[in-house]
Structure formats: C-alpha cells, structure tokens
Design a binder for this molecule. Structure first.
Ligand SMILES: Nc1ncnc2c1ncn2[C@@H]1O[C@H](COP(=O)(O)OP(=O)(O)OP(=O)(O)O)[C@@H](O)[C@H]1O
Length: 794
C-alpha cells in the first residue's frame, strides 16, 4: 500500500514473521506488514477481465489494477457481477455507440458481449417484456464522471428498442430524447469539475405498452441549484441558456435588448464566457429546434427567452441610498434603463417593480406598515426575484415536456433511468451537499439491500447452502437526518420558523440533541459546523446558510407583481396562492419537500428491478488516458462498488467453473483427473484431497477478522463494518456449475499449487541435471578409454 498511488505491484523477496520485504516494480524495496499485502493473480491476462468476479483475488488492488489495464486499452466498461462500472474516456468513442452496436446488443444474453450500457438497457428491456416487471437503471458517480452521457446512451437504446419502425411525426421516443438538450440548456452549466454539469437530479420514467413500444414518459427533477443564477465564481459559468441567448441571431438580440455577455453582472462575475468546442449561436438554434420537438410552441419559446433576458437585465439593476433613512433607489440612469427593460420584458409596471425591490409591506393585526430596504437588502431582494423566476421557469419547462409527451395511464410496465448527483465532500459543504448526501445515503441503503438479494439469488441458483442472519445498514444515519420529530431536517425547519434563530442557535441545538449519537460529531474548533459520519466517509457541514437555503417562499410583493403581469406566460409562473397561505408568510421547507420527493422516488424504485451503472472519473484534469488510482479508489468506495465486493467477500467471493477449477488445481491431486468421473465429482474429490473440508469456522474468523477489517475498515474509516454477516452453515461449496471459494481459499490453493509446481520443477531440474551429468560422464569415460587405448597402442 502506498500513500501516493494507493497500491503498488511488486514481488515478495523475503518473509520475516509479520514483516514482508517486497521488491516493487518501481525498483524500490519496501518492508511492509503482511496484512497490507495482497496476493496477485499471475495468470490474469494483461488486458484484464471484463467482470471483476472473474478475478481470482477479489480485493482492492486487484479491482484497481483490472480497471486500469482495461482503461489503458480503451475498454471503459467493466462488470462487477451485475453492476456496470463506466470509466469516463474523456474522448469520443463513436464506434461504441453506433446503430451497428445497438443491433449487436439487441437480444444478446447479458455477459455474452463486452460490458456496455446497451447490455444493461437490453437486459432491463427484456426482463420487462418477459417477466412483466418494471425496471430501473440507477446511474451514479461524481460530477463529470459521465452520468448524463451514460443516461443518454441508455435512453437512445430504449428508444431504439421501443420505437416505431417508421417515425410518425413527433414520436414519443423522439420527444423523450429531445427533452435532454432542452433540460441541459436550462439546467446545465460549466463548473470546475465538468464543462456540462447537470445542476439538478433527474428521473426519467419511460412507459411501455403491451407490445413493448414506448407509450409515454414522465420526467421528475430534483433540487435545481438556484444560487448559480446570481452568483458564479471564476472559472465557472452560469446556465448555458444565458450565453446561448446572447449569441442569438440579430433579430432576437434586438427583441430582447441583449448584447455582449460581458456586460451582464450575472455573467461577468466570472471570466469564463466561452466553452471550448461549443458554439453558443449554434446551441441556441439547436435548443429551439429541440423545443419544437418536445412541443413548446414558438410563442412559448419567445416568452421563455424573454424571461431569461429579463433576468440578465435585472442583475444589472444596482441600488444606492435613497432620501429616507435606510432606503434605496436604483443607483443611476443605467440601472433605471435596465429596470425599465425588465418591466417591459416581464410586462409589468415599472413603479410596482421598483417598489417590490426596494420596499416591504408588513401587515400587522392593526395596520399596514411600509418598510424601506437599504441598498444591500434591495440587492438581495433583486437576487431573490431572479432566482424564483428562474426556478419557476425551469419547473414550467419540466411540466410542459411532461404534458406534451403525455403519460400512458394504461401502461403496465416502465423503465426508469435515474441520473443523480453522487456523494459530495468538499472543503466547505453547505445545505446542497447535505441534501445530496442524504440522497446518496438513501440510494446506498437501497443498493445494499439489493446486492444482498442478488447474492442470495446466485447462491440459491447454484443450490449453495447458506444463510445471512443479520445485516446492519445505514438506517441510523437516515434517522439522524430525517427522523420526524427530532432529526436534523426537523430541527432545521423549527429553526426556520422561529424568527430569532440564527445558524449558531441551530448548531447549538444540534450539538445538544445529538451529543451521544455515534454518527454525529462537533468539530473541536468550530462553533457552528457539524460532522456526519456517512457510509462513504465523514463530511463536515458549515451551517451558515442552512436556514436561508432551506426557506422556500416567494416574497409577497414579487408574487403580486408577476401574478399581475400582462404576459400570460409570466403570470402563469406565479399562480394565485391559496387563501390561507397568502395571508401568513408561512415558510415552506426545501429540506422537507426534498425528503418527500426522495421518499416517493424510493417507493417507485422499490417497485422495480434495479440495475446499476457506477460512473468513474479517472482524473480531475478532464483529460483522456490519465488514470489516478487514488481518486478512482475513492469513487469506487463511495459508489458502493467496494461495498458490493465486501458483501461478496463475506460469502464466496471466488467462483470458478468446474473445468477451469480442475485445469488450475488438478495437479494438487492428479488421481482425481483419471477421466472416469464427472467434473463435479472430480472437483468434490479434489477439495476433499486438499483438505478444504471443515474450513468454515477458521475461515469465518479469517473473513471477519482479517479480510474484511484489513481491506476495508482502515480505508473507509467506518468503524465496525456496516454489515455483520454470520455464515451459519455451508456444507458444500460446490454449486451446480461452479466451485465457490471463500475469501483466502484461492490464495491458499494457489500457494499449494506453487509448492507442487516448485517441487515438480526441482524434480525436473534434478532429473535433467543428472541426465546431462551422466551423459557428459559417459562421454568423458568413453573418451578416456579411447585415449588410454590409443596410448597403449591397442
Ligand atoms: N462515454 C463517454 N464518451 C465520451 N465522452 C464522455 C463519455 N462520458 C462522459 N464523457 C465526457 O465527460 C463529460 C462529463 O460527462 P457528464 O456530463 O455525463 O458527467 P456527469 O456525471 O453527468 O456530471 P454532472 O454530475 O456534473 O452532471 C462529457 O461532457 C463528455 O465530454
């Protein structure tokens, strides 16, 4: 194990008790503890294996080495059982996704062809058709790992399978596919980690009719990042649509009174305006075309872009101190100019717009008081307006796409594709990371349960006697976050409703409540941060903006202003509120709503058969052909791949078909290979001969005590494994087609095989040496006799 490259390849040169001397391939010699060294399968092909479960040794370094050798050969997909691992190539590989490829995967058995998202989609489609069970494909990974690309690839395949032979105008599948560029234009942006980062989560539910044709679809989105609309840090960008609009054809530029993106405050906080290889003008035209396909009329499109332009102009309205104490007014003529354009574009009254930005009306029981906002508060009010308008616009787009594609009420089966943000842990983690990590905890629980089930099924299929008794999952973290009452979200909502709360009082409340919770800690030097011990590692959250970000309310003045807009599109974004909620400025909690959305998502997922794609980002430079071990390993751990392997390690991680097993280990008891018995009997006899009977007890200790703890616990930092498995009985490790071996047994057998091979080698060497020695002796003796005879003259 190495701190830099995590694992190094090497050869053992000396064993000294617990200490092992290793000559690394780098040329360095190191002395390490035996528990930090793992055996390597010398027989694994240099191009790796397409399924991790085919590895003789299923451990971290083996998994990593396999992914790397495949990635070096542009083999970006690898299975771990039924999970597909996709390593981002950061280069276009069009041959992998063309129609010829789709035709090949159509109907091919899973595992028959190279690993591919098409194979996952095909398996899901066939299961749905044959068994009538709804399916879901969960795509996860960190930002820039390739989730959206994989999702699009899955959707294309499903459209191919479920599409009509001849496109009938705007077909459902075309609409489903074209919803991608529309949502990307409004919900994606360049970030430091990805030039086309989705700033929202997405679940696309594709409905099929009895004959397996796509008959409807529904898109659900989660938690769009609103703050980006008004705040962009260098070298990131705001949402793509703003730049597209600034690059629109001249007549549109004129209509929307736009110009260079560098002149808009919401865009020029960062110095990045263009993206390599992307032409915003072309993207604008393409987005409009995609909008046509998904059923957004050209009037609606105009209204949408008018709102986008209004947001840009709104950002340029600055405020200065007014005549009254602590009041504010638009700063100068330039600000007035932009304010007037905003009013014109949103078709609302200029004065009402100015008032909604600079004043607040407070209604008490007896009177109505108008309060001025100082310039700083007015700027915040402006940003709040921009954010709410943008987020309502995004929701409108999603609703429109849904209603235009249409739902099929008679559909019996569906395939859902989930493209959702992976686990996040940064230097500073705020409310967004908190929600994202909650999502991942939930999905992790779902994943664990499913992987357990799949293992169970494999054992049952092979008629292996086994039982898992207890499985402790991450329910405790979920309770900590979302339990009602008393969880973190519930306490946050309470704090938001109490006017005098601050982030500090909220943090104090958390410290008090979760003093003894084993998943919660207070960082030593902090007064308002808290740390949660997540399944994928510890994350420290900064509470500063938690209260603000959790509040989801529209300022009453903004609601009134835009609800009264003469543009029916703008007014429809702000429908009148129900009587009681309009009176009180009752806050609605983003955290609680998100929790409910997640609950609904999990309910949907639970009614489907899941398939998993884990996307991995091989480097942070976003460049091809660079594979950074450390970061990949971290992602495999966070994505539950190591967890799946761990679960598998606790059972029978190594499986070998009978013939391969006999090929490899037949030499340990060659008498079993007499050819008279069947392979299965030969395997049984071989196992008896090598004394693998009665291994369960000692190996159980081996598994829990050494393999699990040493491979995973020091690495994940999660004390005592998340799961506890007790293997009760395992009378046989012979399945119907394969031999099942426990963790460590392969190494044991390989060790014995090396011994036999070593012994055989020395016997061969001995024989050869004695043959050669004898031959040369005979030659010498004959020569000597000849010489002697010659000398004697005979
Ligand atoms: N299979 C692939 N082939 C070629 N390029 C790819 C592939 N997958 C990803 N990429 C490249 O990586 C970039 C990032 O991928 P993508 O947008 O799918 O990441 P993501 O995981 O969805 O990120 P985010 O969470 O930020 O939205 C893509 O824009 C593309 O350039």
């Amino acid at each position: 194990e190495d701190p830099e490259v995590t694992w190094i390849d090497g050869e053992v040169v000396e064993v000294n008790g617990d200490q092992i001397k290793v000559l690394c391939t780098s040329g360095k010699t190191v002395v390490v503890k035996a528990s930090n060294v793992y055996p390597k399968d010398a027989e694994v092909p240099s191009c790796g294996v397409d399924d991790m479960t085919k590895l003789a040794y299923l451990h971290e370094p083996g998994v990593l080495q396999n992914l790397k050798s495949r990635y070096d050969m542009n083999e970006i997909y690898t299975y771990t059982g039924n999970i597909l691992i996709a390593v981002n190539p950061f280069r276009r590989l069009p041959h992998l996704y063309d129609s010829h490829m789709m035709a090949q995967y159509k109907g091919a058995a899973f595992g028959e062809l190279s690993p591919h998202p098409f194979a996952v989609a095909d398996a899901a489609y066939r299961l749905m058709i044959n068994e009538g069970i709804s399916q879901s494909i969960l795509v996860s990974g960190e930002s820039g790992a390739g989730k959206t690309e994989s999702t699009k690839c899955l959707m294309r395949y499903l459209a191919y399978m479920g599409g009509r032979a001849v496109a009938e105008g705007r077909s459902v599948e075309q609409q489903v596919l074209e919803s991608n560029p529309v949502l990307e234009a409004f919900g994606n942006a360049k970030t430091v980690r990805n030039n086309n980062s989705s700033r929202f989560g997405k679940f696309v539910e594709i409905q099929f009719d009895q004959r397996g044709r796509i008959s409807g679809a529904a898109i659900r989105t989660y938690l769009l990042e609103r703050s980006r609309v008004c705040q962009v840090s260098d070298p990131e960008r705001n949402y793509h649509c703003f730049y597209m609009l600034c690059a629109a054809p001249p007549e549109d530029i004129q209509r929307f009174k736009l110009g260079n993106p560098r002149t808009f405050h919401y865009l020029n906080q960062s110095n990045c305006f263009e993206l390599d290889g992307i032409d915003d003008a072309k993207e604008y035209v393409a987005t409009r075309r995609a909008m046509d396909v998904v059923g957004i009329s050209s009037e609606e499109q105009d209204a949408i872009f008018r709102v986008v332009a209004a947001i840009l102009h709104l950002g340029n309205v600055e405020f200065a101190k007014g005549k009254e104490m602590d009041s504010s007014v638009p700063k100068d003529e330039k600000s007035w100019f932009h304010l007037r354009i905003v009013a014109e574009l949103l078709m609302c009254d200029v004065k009402a717009l100015e008032d909604s930005l600079c004043k607040r009306v407070i209604v008490t029981r007896d009177e109505t008081i108008t309060k001025w906002l100082d310039p700083e508060a007015a700027a915040l009010s402006r940003d709040a307006l921009a954010k709410i308008v943008y987020s309502r616009l995004f929701d409108w787009l999603v609703d429109k796409i849904n209603s235009s594609i249409g739902q099929d009420p008679d559909s019996k089966s569906l395939i859902g594709v989930l493209d959702i943000y992976g686990f996040e842990s940064f230097k500073t983690n705020s409310f967004e990371q908190f929600c994202i990590n909650l999502t991942n905890e939930k999905l992790q629980q779902h994943f664990n349960q499913h992987v357990f089930k799949m293992e169970q099924e494999e054992y049952t299929k092979e008629e292996i006697d086994w039982s898992y008794i207890e499985f402790v999952d991450n329910q405790d973290v979920l309770d900590l976050i979302e339990k009602k009452p008393g969880g973190i979200i519930a306490l946050l909502d309470e704090a938001c409703m109490f006017p005098r709360s601050t982030h500090e009082t909220f943090a104090q409340k958390l410290y008090q409540t979760f003093k003894n919770h084993k998943r919660f800690t207070k960082p030593k030097l902090s007064r308002s941060d808290f740390t949660i011990c997540h399944y994928a590692g510890d994350v420290t959250y900064q509470t500063e903006l938690f209260l603000d970000k959790n509040k989801d309310y529209v300022v009453a003045e903004h609601q009134q202003l835009l609800g009264a807009s003469k543009c029916s599109f703008v007014a429809s974004l702000f429908p009148p509120l129900a009587e009681e909620s309009s009176k009180s400025s009752k806050f609605s909690s983003i955290g609680s709503r998100f929790k409910q959305q997640l609950q609904a998502l999990l309910e949907t997922l639970s009614s489907t058969e899941p398939h998993y794609i884990r996307c991995v980002k091989p480097n942070n430079l976003l460049k091809p052909a660079i594979f950074e071990n450390k970061s990949v390993l971290q992602q495999l751990r966070c994505g539950g791949v190591m967890e799946a392997i761990r679960i598998s390690c606790a059972g029978y991680p190594t499986r070998k078909p009978f013939d391969e097993f006999l090929d490899r280990f037949g030499i340990l008891a060659s008498e079993v290979l007499d050819g008279s018995s069947e392979e299965v009997t030969a395997c049984k006899r071989l196992l008896e001969k090598v004394g693998l009977e009665g291994y369960q007890l000692s190996l159980r200790q081996g598994i829990i005590g050494s393999t699990l703890d040493s491979i995973l616990v020091p690495i994940t930092g999660i004390a005592a494994a998340l799961l506890e498995i007790y293997l009760l009985s395992s009378k046989s490790c012979i399945g119907k087609t394969k031999v099942f071996l426990r963790a460590g047994q392969m190494a044991d057998l390989d060790g014995r095989r090396s011994e036999v091979l070593g012994r055989s080698a020395s016997i061969i060497q001995r024989k050869v040496r004695s043959y050669l020695g004898r031959k040369s002796f005979i030659l010498l003796r004959r020569s000597a006799i000849q010489i002697q005879a010659a000398c004697r003259g005979t």
